[in-house]
Write a protein of this length. Sequence first.
Length: 206
Amino acid sequence: MDQPTPATAGDILMTMRPAAFIDRDDTLIATRSVTAGTDHVGDLLDPRQVELIPGAAEGCRLLSQAGLPLVVVSNQGLVARGRGGLREVEAVNDRLRLLLREVGVELAGLYYCPFHPLGRVPAFKGEHAWRKPSEGMFTAAAAELGLSLSSSWAIGDSPRDVVSAVTAGIPPGHAVVIGKGPGIFYRDLVDVAKVVLERRRQEAAE
């Protein structure tokens, strides 16, 4: 009986897929606006308050239909600060998954970091390799899901989203911030998705 041929490094690289890494808070779901006037602005604790930002559903659908796995990467330092627990974070995440599923989008993965260097909860106080602007969530997702960081994209609402993505190995030109950019204003996730898809077509043709 023939012996199976061992996979080469090239074979493995060929099977790795590009993905779209997307920040959660104020990129996919509104947090600052729905928590305004509270003592926990930006920290969303109640899944009943979870709302997709305008354009988020359609942007995710465009990226997903183009064959890009969607991976959410999110700092959740509210756990370390004692604002809420892992249960609240998971409940909000579950609601996000449900809202996206209702529009035909399945997340390939959802990663979050509950640590914060100024935390009050001992178990989560301190820096962590997963906390953006570090790259740990990106590299962990890539290893677990078989993703190619060098051909992936990252989308967020803060410069630290770009820093973490680029540190992980995503090309600087593939890391974008909604509302800002090098000469480009991205209004919402739909705008970004259209640019991503056009750039992928251009790169495939080169």
